[in-house]
Design a protein around this ligand. Structure first.
Ligand SMILES: C[S@@+](CC[C@H](N)C(=O)[O-])C[C@H]1O[C@@H](n2cnc3c(N)ncnc32)[C@H](O)[C@@H]1O
Length: 202
């Protein structure tokens, strides 16, 4: 994830906030005049994140984070409610990624920014790997092809996405991993980790 786009005073939304790691990093950047909202659909993660929020408040003295239950396909926010949306390794898990980008566009204010780190595929996976549940949990088999992913961002209404980071995994980087290691040769050069920035017109 990159946090360099976040300014003091921003209202930030984290899609699929998990235990809240990125929410707390963003909360330090926006400071007491800003706010960070994490959305997640898993009750266990929300409860862990809310416990972490109490610790964050005690250690920093800043009370600017909130965790909401909901799905990233149907966000629990009003339209034009936030300045910036972040997300790390979550959208690839969604069964309806175009809808996630449309929802992100709806809740961003005009001039707002979407900054997303995610996995995309350089070519289609063989059917056996596409159906592999462990590879889905590893954020690979649910991922879209790169071109489809970027087109879904454009189709939602965003300006042309800019790639801030782009790294394609080679066999050597997945070989030692217990989930991806077995399929290392088939996966080589297939999955890429990207961070994109896309703006909503003013
Ligand atoms: C791989 S974890 C990433 C967590 C966090 N972004 C991080 O980087 O530590 C994925 C998180 O996304 C949540 N998630 C997955 N699909 C979701 C959806 N459709 N709507 C809301 N949350 C979702 C899961 O509950 C989980 O907490």
């Amino acid at each position: 994830m990159t946090f360099s786009c976040i300014e003091p005073g921003d209202i930030v939304l984290d899609l699929g906030s998990g235990a809240g790691k990125d929410v707390f990093l963003a909360a330090r950047k926006v400071g007491a005049s800003g706010r960070v909202i994490g959305v997640d659909m898993t009750l266990e993660m929300l409860s862990l994140a809310r416990r972490n929020a109490e610790k964050f408040k005690v250690s920093t003295g800043i009370d600017n984070v909130e965790f909401r239950e909901g799905t990233i396909e149907d966000l629990p926010l009003e339209e034009a409610a936030v300045d910036i949306i972040i997300s790390n390794c979550v959208i690839n898990l969604s069964p309806d990624k175009p809808r996630v980008f449309r929802e992100a566009f709806r809740v961003l204010r005009p001039g707002g920014r979407l900054v997303v780190s995610d996995i995309v595929l350089e070519r289609a996976l063989p059917p056996k790997l596409k159906a592999d549940k462990d590879l889905y949990a590893a954020c690979i088999s649910g991922a879209l092809l790169r071109g489809e992913y970027l087109q879904a961002v454009r189709d939602a209404g965003f300006q042309e996405p800019e790639l801030l980071a782009d790294r394609t995994y080679q066999a050597s980087s997945v070989q030692g991993d217990p989930v991806t290691g077995e399929a290392a040769d088939a996966l080589s050069g297939v999955a890429a980790s990207i961070t994109l920035l896309a703006r909503k017109d003013r």
